[in-house]
Design a protein around this ligand. Structure first.
Ligand code: NAP
Length: 291
């Protein structure tokens, strides 16, 4: 079987162009340019890259962006005060506090301090709760991006068996919730994690597998039903001396052996990753429009 490669990079470029067009129209009509702020603590390589890409995406979409940096030794009180300022700043439509935070800071406390109306990551309890009961909210960017990819590639999800691997608050749980909901996936959903005794069997029965565990090559060919759709969220940095940066990104799926079995599959890189930042832009546009 020749699988359809779900091209997140190309899809994200199209969506960013759509957003930029809308921003142009808003500004031409005298409206406000959307403004996304990002708070970055320390110098973690992954976080630096994500935030840099978010700033670039803002430029591509015609947004204003602000980056607020702190060193690793910032106190929790200082960070909370920063969140308070951003909550009150009328020029900022939405903001994110890049995770992970240093161990001496309670990340949950910081997240809960964010005004849900500016919580474009969709991580505050108010947004999570609204998503669960199907009310308008900011949907976390990675699962939102996956839903958008499935939609744009006309992949039928209604009534299908979907297995989500991983149960994190930022990917696995919201992904399972969206795939279950009538307005999004409308699928029959099973969630597996590190204590799932029947994970392989569950995967073998799945029409759609979403792998979000951070274990390179975990999903092997013997776990995939012929014709399944496989979405690979994993992005683990694997040391690779042949690459300029000294590492490559590895997905959770053994792409080489799994792809020939699939009807459609996302690559890593170039699949889910570019969609995530793009959905953050969509959430910021939503915030700027006051929706
Ligand atoms: P996380 O918070 O570390 O959660 C990992 C989940 O996978 C946990 O629920 C864990 O189970 C489960 N798990 C770990 N090892 C397992 C195993 N051997 N068998 C079954 N389940 C296992 O990770 P995350 O933040 O959700 O991220 C997952 C992956 O996606 C990472 O590679 C991350 O870099 C990537 N990611 C990519 C994007 C993107 O835009 N492409 C965005 C976010 C994350 P327990 O709950 O039992 O511990």
């Amino acid at each position: 079987m020749t699988p359809q490669i779900i091209d997140g990079k190309a899809t994200a470029a199209i969506i960013k162009a759509e957003i930029a067009e809308e921003v142009k129209r808003i500004v031409a009509n005298g409206g406000k340019r959307p403004h996304l702020a990002a708070v970055l603590v320390g110098h973690d390589g992954g976080s630096e890259t994500y935030v840099k890409n978010k700033v670039l995406a803002c430029e591509a979409c015609g947004f204003q962006s602000s980056l607020i940096r702190y060193e690793d030794d910032v106190t929790e009180a200082e960070l909370l005060a920063c969140v308070d300022r951003l909550n009150q700043d009328p020029t900022v439509d939405g903001f994110i506090v890049q995770l992970p935070l240093p161990a001496h800071i309670d990340a949950q406390k910081v997240t809960e301090r964010i005004d849900p109306r500016k919580d474009v990551d969709g991580f505050t309890p108010v947004n999570v709760g609204r998503m669960v009961i199907g009310l308008p909210c900011y949907v976390p960017a990675t699962p939102k991006g996956i839903i958008e990819l499935l939609r744009r590639y006309h992949i039928e999800t209604s009534g299908k068996r979907c297995v989500v691997l991983g149960r994190s608050n930022i990917v696995g749980k919201p992904m399972a919730m969206l795939m279950m909901q009538k307005a999004y996936g409308d699928a029959t959903v099973t969630v597996c994690h590190s204590h799932s005794a029947t994970l392989k069997e569950e995967c073998r029965q799945a029409d759609i597998i979403v792998a979000a565990i951070g274990r390179p090559g975990f999903v092997t060919a013997d776990m995939v039903k012929p014709g399944a759709v496989v979405i690979d969220v994993g992005t683990t940095r694997v040391p690779d001396a042949t690459r300029p940066k000294g590492f490559r990104l590895s997905g959770d799926v053994d792409f080489e052996h799994v792809a020939p079995l699939c009807s459609a599959i996302t690559p890593v890189p170039g699949g889910v990753g570019p969609m995530t930042i793009c959905m953050l832009m969509l959430n910021t546009l939503q915030a700027a429009k006051g929706e």
